[in-house]
Design a protein around this ligand. Structure first.
Ligand code: AMP
Ligand code: GLY
Length: 428
């Protein structure tokens, strides 16, 4: 089968690496891809949000399956676009419909969904420019810190956590009246702050049944000790040591099952991944967000731990026969460390030559490229997050150590990485 994978990050390199191991995958195209995907598949210079161009490519190249990595084509309705065209409707597109993607595309929609289906989530209310004064009054009823969330997609930057009431009111006005996040903040969800530990749960669903994938935890802040600006993610580990069987059972019973059943009850076509962001408060899981795709860099630790044929699982998702499949998981732990361009997540330089990738032996670590591009024989940096180095170990500690050992072989000008990934897992 010929498959098209949409996206260009470390997540997509990890997907591509896994997909080409499947006997079901004859040809893999990645659009637009990066230097890592170019080395193992065929990159296509195409914008995943340009559906007419994607459709033409699919028809011209006899593509039978489209796997969507990032959220924006999903939120923009790529699944519905394929379903609504007679010549494309039989092609399996792995990802939710536009309505399903609203779980990520609109925080308010996600909150209403959770309330409707009795899924535990932080208390909230939502406001627009017309109701900004009520929003300020609502803030007064809460205690610090205050959580403000832009309703729409804001490239991971739309959540503000503010300690001071006056500042929270100012930011609420900035979001609603001065369009701080553009149209994404024309509506703002104000949420109760949850004090607990974060955990991500990844689910694969065909809309009828589901499989829970390995848990993972990412490290979002740029600085050591979880300080400084938020990033797309500086590293991740899997499994999460505190995700005990008891906690996982609560998550499945109270959150995963009601989510999949709720989608079916609401007649929402959903065949793809659900990434559930949780905060565990005194042992009880509470949802803080849904994403309608896999996480990045969580994918770089979750996918390598899946031993089953990923394309086979995608096929089962597309044909709604996932209940008949099983997902085998590698018992070892995995860790990934992100190498980023100095300056990220603010200004940084691109086009720096990366050396040493080939000196990392495959049995030592997996190199998943993110913001890279090939130029002749060279690999150049082409983004903030550049390379994820994933290693396995008998436990998390060993996996992290192995990942760091292999990072030493790679370099580029102003390369930066956090040296403390996993730091919080080992303290008493
Ligand atoms: P999100 O963009 O929804 O992933 O949120 C970004 C981060 O904000 C999360 O990873 C949490 O650390 C934090 N966060 C979001 N909602 C809450 C909440 N209700 N209480 C505490 N922290 C939150
Ligand atoms: N690592 C967080 C995300 O993918 O949203």
């Amino acid at each position: 089968m010929t498959i098209l994978l949409l996206g260009s990050g470390g997540r997509e390199h990890a997907f591509a690496w896994k997909m080409i191991q499947s006997p079901l995958c004859e040809t893999l195209f990645v659009a637009p891809g990066n230097a890592g995907t170019a080395a193992i598949a065929t990159n296509v210079a195409m914008n995943p949000n340009d559906f007419d161009t994607v459709a033409k490519f699919v028809l011209d190249n006899n593509v039978k399956m489209v796997v969507v990595g990032p959220e924006d084509p999903l939120v923009n309705g790529i699944v519905d676009y394929f379903k609504n065209r007679e010549d494309l409707k039989d092609i399996a597109v792995i990802g939710p419909s536009q309505q399903g993607a609203a779980l990520e595309g609109s925080k308010e929609f996600a909150k209403q969904f959770m309330v409707r289906h009795n899924i535990p989530t932080a208390g909230y209310d939502s406001f627009t420019a017309e109701t900004v004064e009520q929003g300020c009054e609502f803030l007064e009823t809460l205690s610090a810190p205050y959580v403000l969330k832009a309703d729409g997609l804001a490239a991971g930057k739309g959540v503000l956590i503010i300690d001071n009431l006056a500042e929270a009111k100012t930011e609420l006005r900035n979001m609603l009246i001065d369009a701080k996040f553009g149209n994404a903040s024309s509506k703002v969800v104000i949420e109760e702050f949850l004090d607990g530990i974060e955990l991500s749960c990844f689910v694969m669903t065909d809309g009828k049944s589901y499989k829970i994938l390995p848990t993972a935890k990412d490290y979002k802040r740029i600085g050591e000790g979880d300080t400084g600006l938020n990033t797309g993610g500086m590293g991740a580990i899997s499994p999460v040591p505190f995700a005990t069987p008891l906690l996982m059972q609560k998550i499945e019973d109270r959150i995963v099952k009601p989510t999949v059943d709720g989608l079916a009850k609401d007649n929402i076509d959903y065949r793809g991944f659900i990434f559930i962001g949780l905060i565990i408060v005194k042992g009880e899981p509470i949802v803080i967000e849904y994403n309608v795709r896999m996480g990045d860099p969580e994918t770089e630790v979750v996918i390598p731990r899946i031993q089953s044929d990923l394309v086979g699982l995608f096929h089962a998702i597309g044909s709604q026969s996932l209940a008949l499949s099983s997902v085998e998981i590698d018992a070892r732990s995995a860790a990934t460390i992100m190498l980023v361009s100095g300056g990220y997540p603010e200004d940084f330089a691109k086009g720096k030559e990366i050396t040493g990738i080939d000196s990392v032996a495959i049995e030592d670590a997996l190199i998943f490229q993110a913001g890279t591009k090939a130029e002749g024989d060279k690999v150049l940096s082409n983004g903030g997050r550049v390379i994820a180095v994933t290693a396995f170990g008998e436990n998390i500690d060993e996996a992290i150590k192995k990942s760091y050992q292999n990072i030493n072989k790679i370099s580029f000008d102003k390369m930066y990485y956090r040296k403390d990934i996993g730091f919080d897992l080992f303290k008493e």
